[in-house]
Design a binder for this molecule. Sequence first.
Ligand SMILES: CC(C)(COP(=O)(O)OP(=O)(O)OC[C@H]1O[C@@H](n2cnc3c(N)ncnc32)[C@H](O)[C@@H]1OP(=O)(O)O)[C@@H](O)C(=O)NCCC(=O)NCCS
Length: 424
Amino acid sequence: MSPYVRAHRGKTFVIAFSGDALLESANHQLMSDVVLLQSLGVRVTLVHGARPQIEQRLSEAGIKTPFKDSARITNVFAMEHVKQAVGSARLTIESCLSKNISNFSLQIPAAGVIGGNFVVAKPKGVIDGVDYLHTGEIRRIDSSGIQRQLDNNAIVLLSPIGFSPTGESFNLSYQDVATEAAIALEADKLIFVGKKNGISLDGIVQNSFSLIALKALLSETNLLSSNDTKLLTCAYRACKKKVARVHLIGFSEDGALLSELFTRDGIGTLVSQDYSETLRAASIDDVSEILNLISPLEKQGKLAKRSRELLETEISYFFVADHPDGFLLGCAALYPMGIESSRELACVVTHPDFQDMGIASRLLALIEQQAADQGVLQLFVLTTQATHWFQEKGFIETTFNELPEDRKLLYNYQRNSKILKKLL
Ligand SMILES: CC(C)(COP(=O)(O)OP(=O)(O)OC[C@H]1O[C@@H](n2cnc3c(N)ncnc32)[C@H](O)[C@@H]1OP(=O)(O)O)[C@@H](O)C(=O)NCCC(=O)NCCS
């Protein structure tokens, strides 16, 4: 879990949950997970829906409201019930969050739950001759107002009602509020928590969509329910507008939010710009993370021990692979040897959660390319437990006598590493 805890600290997440989530008492767990995230240093903005609560109030009052393109046409009478339903839902959330904030012994205590007039709305207007009345659209999100509260460690709670500068209230879709908030806040993640877990096609929950795949899917209108179309359209818009990742998860699974955020594959559907790790030369800022990556392997005898001081002086020999969320997936080093035409490959490591995805192979290919560009003719590697991995990459076992003289002097007989060589 630890690389994610570090990676998520200081990041901005917008978490949106449907009104159904509030009806389930088990979803007080969801609130507790939200408070836990905040305590780990995540900047959390919550957005809630209230459709079932609104339905219930309207039906009790005997008011019928037509829908057009999945949006309710909210007349002035219905709007009063919308306000009551949203207000009541909001109080439930606030009380639940308050309970959790006081129950936790928090690393970073939350400065409470903050609401306010952060969402500026305008009427949807008349479309194809139909007046949407008090159903509105988002005109602007007061992102600097929200950021100030997040800076102060507050959890910001946004409701699906917005106000116009003239003081009128408008009924909004919570998915739109969440999407526009995520865009305005330049959020790192937008997370939709709904009744269903992720998006299923042919009964199978889809692990992820790239933007290209999502665009193609959205153009095939008959494959998706109207709710899934709405969520995916929001996800597409958010990603296009530079929100790095959008997660779609269900609330019924215990700990769904934490499983999605703290495990490699997650449980729901992820929409992101195409995934790819970044390979780059390491910098001094990477030393701590490299140490975290290699110390367990040093204890297992897979790598030779390196102190922080040594790593700091040798950091310019290292290359790293970054996860799109910003933490290190792997590293490898290319050390000079006494002979200009020879280099030593060392410390090739991939984070255990991300092995067998080709990361070390791609790091090796980058290093070999760089070495060849610099006129290096042969690469050596000394390894205790990865001989076969290097052999599959074209290295062949060789003898101690083949090592350049300066490297012979440093050979650790206790480790008894195998020596392999590759001609470039
Ligand atoms: C060796 C290591 C760097 C490979 O990282 P990786 O990113 O998983 O590698 P890739 O995805 O490019 O390759 C995975 C393949 O190598 C195989 N492999 C992994 N470790 C291996 C080993 N020690 N010996 C033989 N094969 C190995 C995997 O089974 C997989 O095979 P497959 O493609 O047939 O399923 C990683 O296992 C590691 O960090 N090991 C511990 C550190 C170490 O020993 N480093 C070498 C000393 S310098």
